[in-house]
Write a protein that binds this ligand. Structure first.
Ligand SMILES: [Fe+2]
Length: 334
C-alpha cells in the first residue's frame, strides 16, 4: 500500500459528491429519473448539509460560545455523515446492464464470506429481502455488514439518526426511505427491493469487501483518466476567474433531450464532430467538457482535443454531480 494512511487532506465544509459509477439510464429495473433525483436531491443535498454543519463546527468559538447546542450540532453531524456514507455505498452497489463484471465470481473472497456466513447467496438474499420487506413505513436502511468481532457477515436494519454502528463495516446498503423508490414503485416495496437486488453490481461489492478487509489497496481511481477535474475544482476555477475556463456541454442529443438542464450557460458541441468546432477554441485556456455522468462521451472528446494540442479535461461525475452540489445551472429552452 502506498502513501501514509494517517494523512489526509480533509477540509471541513469542502466535501464534494462521489460520482455515480454507472449509467443510470441503462439500469433496467429502475428509471434514470428516479436514480438521478435520488442522487442529486437527497445524496447531493446531504453532502451540502454535511458541509454546512462541519463548517459551523470548525468555525465555532469554543471559548466565547458556551451554549449547550453542541450536542444537537454533533448529533446533526453524525446523522448527516451517516446519510452521506450510506448513500455512497448504495450507489456504489448498483450497476447498469452495459457494465462488465456484474456477475458474482464464485471464487472471490466476498463469495466465500457470504457462503460461510449465510450458507449461500440465495440464503443471504432471502433474509435480506425479508428484512427489507418489513420496512413498510418507508424509512431506514438495510445493510449487509462485516463484523470483526464474529468474523462474519450479518444483515442489519438501521436509520441514520442512530449512533454509528460499533464494530461494523458496511458492505452493501439498501435505501428504504420512500424517496428512494416511491416515484417508480409507489408503495410496492417488494417490487423495489427486487429491482435493487437485480441491479446489484457484484464485482464492485466484492471489491469493496476486499478493500474493507484491506486485502487490496484503496485505489479505485484507475478508471479515471489523469486529465479530469472534480466538480468542486471546476466551481473554484469558475469563481476565481470568470472566462478563464472554457466549459462545453458535449452530451449526446438524446441525453440532452431527456435532461433539459446545463451547467451555467454553457454552449453545446457535437461530440461526434469534434473537428468541425475545435478550431474555435483557445489553446491557452483550460477546456472542460462534460456529459451526463462523466463516462466515455466526454472522455473521448477530451482525448481528441488533447491530441489536437488543447488543455482539455473531463468533468468527473458530469452534470449530475454538478447539480448534486447545488451549483449554478440553467434550463435548456430549445
Ligand atoms: Fe436515499
Amino acid at each position: 500500500m502506498s502513501g501514509n494512511k494517517h494523512t489526509n487532506n480533509f477540509t471541513p465544509g469542502m466535501r464534494i459528491v462521489k460520482p455515480i459509477p454507472f449509467k443510470a439510464h441503462k439500469v433496467k429495473t429502475m428509471s434514470a429519473e428516479m436514480i438521478e433525483t435520488h442522487f442529486e436531491t437527497f445524496y447531493g443535498g446531504g453532502v451540502c448539509r454535511l458541509n454546512e454543519i462541519e463548517e459551523r463546527i470548525a468555525t465555532r468559538d469554543w471559548i466565547e460560545n458556551s451554549d449547550p447546542d453542541i450536542q444537537s450540532i454533533k448529533q446533526a453531524e453524525l446523522t448527516a455523515l451517516n446519510d452521506v456514507i450510506l448513500h455512497e455505498i448504495y450507489f456504489e452497489c448498483l450497476g447498469d446492464e452495459s457494465e462488465e463484471g456484474r456477475e458474482l465470481n464464485a471464487d472471490c473472497n466476498f463469495a466465500h464470506a457470504i457462503t460461510a456466513s449465510f450458507g449461500s447467496l440465495d440464503q443471504w438474499q432471502m433474509e435480506f429481502k425479508a428484512l427489507a420487506g418489513t420496512m413498510t413505513g418507508g424509512s431506514g436502511w438495510v445493510l449487509l455488514v462485516w463484523s470483526k468481532y464474529d468474523n462474519r457477515m450479518i444483515n442489519v436494519m438501521v436509520n441514520n439518526q442512530q449512533s454509528l454502528l460499533l464494530d461494523a463495516s458496511s458492505i452493501l446498503a439498501l435505501d428504504m426511505y420512500a424517496h428512494a423508490y416511491q416515484s417508480d414503485f409507489g408503495s410496492d416495496i417488494d417490487a423495489y427491493i427486487s429491482a435493487f437486488v437485480q441491479a446489484i453490481h457484484w464485482g464492485r461489492v466484492a471489491k469493496r469487501f476486499d478493500r474493507l478487509m484491506t486485502l487490496i489497496a484503496d485505489d479505485d481511481r484507475e478508471n479515471f483518466p489523469p486529465k479530469s477535474i472534480s466538480v468542486g475544482d471546476l466551481k473554484k476555477m469558475v469563481d476565481e476567474g470568470e472566462g478563464s475556463t472554457v466549459i462545453l456541454d458535449v452530451r449526446h442529443v438524446d441525453d440532452r433531450q431527456r435532461y433539459r438542464t446545463r451547467i451555467m450557460q454553457t454552449p453545446w458541441r457535437d461530440s461526434h464532430h469534434v473537428s468541425s468546432w475545435s478550431d474555435e477554441l483557445p489553446k491557452d485556456k483550460p477546456i472542460v467538457v462534460y456529459c451526463m455522468y462523466g463516462f466515455w462521451v466526454s472522455q473521448d472528446v477530451a482525448l481528441e482535443l488533447r491530441e489536437k494540442g488543447y488543455d482539455a479535461r473531463t468533468l468527473e461525475g458530469g452534470i449530475v454531480s454538478w447539480r448534486a452540489m447545488g451549483y449554478d445551472s440553467t434550463d435548456i429552452e430549445n
